[in-house]
Design a protein around this ligand. Structure first.
Ligand code: ADP
Length: 402
């Protein structure tokens, strides 16, 4: 079975083609700057050893439809493709950012599902419209292949009311659906499952804290395999310090910025989403660069690392309290998988809570799931590489098989 996974942004289409017999991506690519003067289409052919052969096309792509057609042309190209005809694609899996309360799991896309995704546009005005464009284009290009929506929010739908409600007037929830939704659900669920497999225990028996640290960052508390809390909220702005997002702040900060600095709502939105976080604290948002600067004595970079890791540590404590007991903490995504320093700082002084990092294991570089806690650590500490596209392919396969 061949499954095409698509993640459509406002000016981009990320894609991977999976061979489900091997459970592996055989092609991966990105069409970006769609609608701009020069668009870029990067297409990688992956062989069974994970080696890549890359082709880059720099030719204007007018819209998503043309982008998808160009991708299909590459997929069936004798040199760069892996199929002879687009009818060989058995199903298409779409990443959809916001499923609201309507979707607790992945689902086959029907007209009703499209309407429900449209209803959630007010909750994700930047993400759901391009996701819908991707769905519409794929439906017309692959009319015979089932299309499946996999939601970033679905895994968090098991969060109980006490954790998803904000203490604001209740009618905001009833009439306007204001509540915590959480995002990155595909990644949290995937690394929880992979972590359980590594520990050789059923996920339903485990209490976990998953720590996804990429450009966006979030944590989840998972009790007996079900998500019971997460750090992102109504939008992805809440929670951890991120590349350019502030994460948690005093909710009165926007009033201060408006009253004293005369900033508009749009300017505050831009400031908190694009100019804050690591970038706001030290000028750059790339963690590798920040670590280098801190090592060279840059005080602002060092403070940024302190603020970043203290927030993670606070949530480890909070989620430990919420879960009651804890089997493992799982680090994942670009920073979580690759930065021994951030993992060390986040777990520092948590020995009394049962978390003991083993410094030598923590330093090992690997692209595999591994344990970085010491033998006598009561709580295991794992690094589990995330793979959201693979999870979307697996979900798509499950949905169409059932
Ligand atoms: P995205 O959310 O865009 O998918 P990623 O999961 O790829 O992001 O994470 C990107 C972040 O990972 C960047 O801040 C990058 O600097 C960081 N990162 C990647 N490799 C390392 C490394 N070896 N050490 C520290 N940070 C790293």
């Amino acid at each position: 079975m061949k499954i095409l996974v698509i993640n459509t942004g406002s000016s981009s289409i990320k894609y991977q083609l999976f061979d489900m017999d091997q459970k592996k991506a055989v092609v991966a690519g990105l069409a970006e700057k769609i609608g701009e003067e020069t668009s870029i289409l990067t297409h990688e052919l992956l062989d069974s050893n994970g080696e890549e052969k890359e082709k880059v096309e720099k030719e204007r792509i007018n819209d998503h439809e043309q982008g998808m057609e160009r991708i299909v042309n590459l997929l069936i190209d004798p040199e760069w493709g892996v199929i002879r005809d687009k009818s060989e694609i058995d199903a298409v899996g779409h990443r959809v950012v916001h499923g609201g309360e309507a979707f607790k799991s992945s689902t086959v896309i029907t007209s009703e599902v499209i309407s429900a995704i449209e209803e959630n546009i007010p909750l994700a005005p930047l993400h759901n419209p391009p996701n819908l464009t991707g769905i519409n284009v794929a439906r017309s290009l692959f009319p015979d292949a089932p299309q499946v929506a996999v939601f970033d929010t679905a895994f968090h739908q098991s969060i109980p009311k006490r954790a998803y409600l904000y203490a604001v007037p209740y009618e905001l929830y009833e009439k306007h659906r204001v509540r915590r939704y959480g995002f990155h659900g595909t990644s949290h669920e995937y690394v929880a499952q992979e972590g359980a497999a590594y520990l050789n225990r059923p996920l339903q028996d485990l209490n976990l804290i998953t720590v996804h640290l990429g450009n966006g960052a979030s944590m989840s508390a998972i009790k007996k395999g079900k998500c019971v809390d997460t750090t992102m909220g109504l939008t992805p702005l809440e929670g951890l310090v991120m590349g350019t997002r502030s994460g948690d702040i005093d909710p009165a900060l926007p009033f201060f910025l408006s009253k004293n600095l005369g900033l508009s709502i749009d300017e505050i939105d831009d400031l908190l989403n694009k100019k804050s976080g690591l970038k706001g604290l030290c000028g750059i948002n790339d963690m590798r660069g920040i670590e280098k600067r801190a090592a060279a004595g840059d005080q602002r970079a060092a403070v940024a690392l302190d603020v970043y890791t203290l927030r993670i540590k606070k949530y480890i404590g909070a989620y430990y309290a919420e879960l009651g007991n804890l089997d493992a903490v799982i680090f994942t995504a670009g920073i979580g998988e690759n930065s021994p320093k951030i993992r060390r700082m986040s777990c520092e002084n948590l020995e009394d809570l049962g978390l003991k990092l083993e410094p030598e294991k923590n330093k090992v570089k690997s692209s595999r799931t591994r344990e970085i806690s010491s033998e006598d650590s009561r709580v295991k500490i794992l690094v589990v590489p995330t793979n959201e596209e693979k999870k979307i392919a697996l979900e798509t396969e499950n949905v169409i098989k059932s």
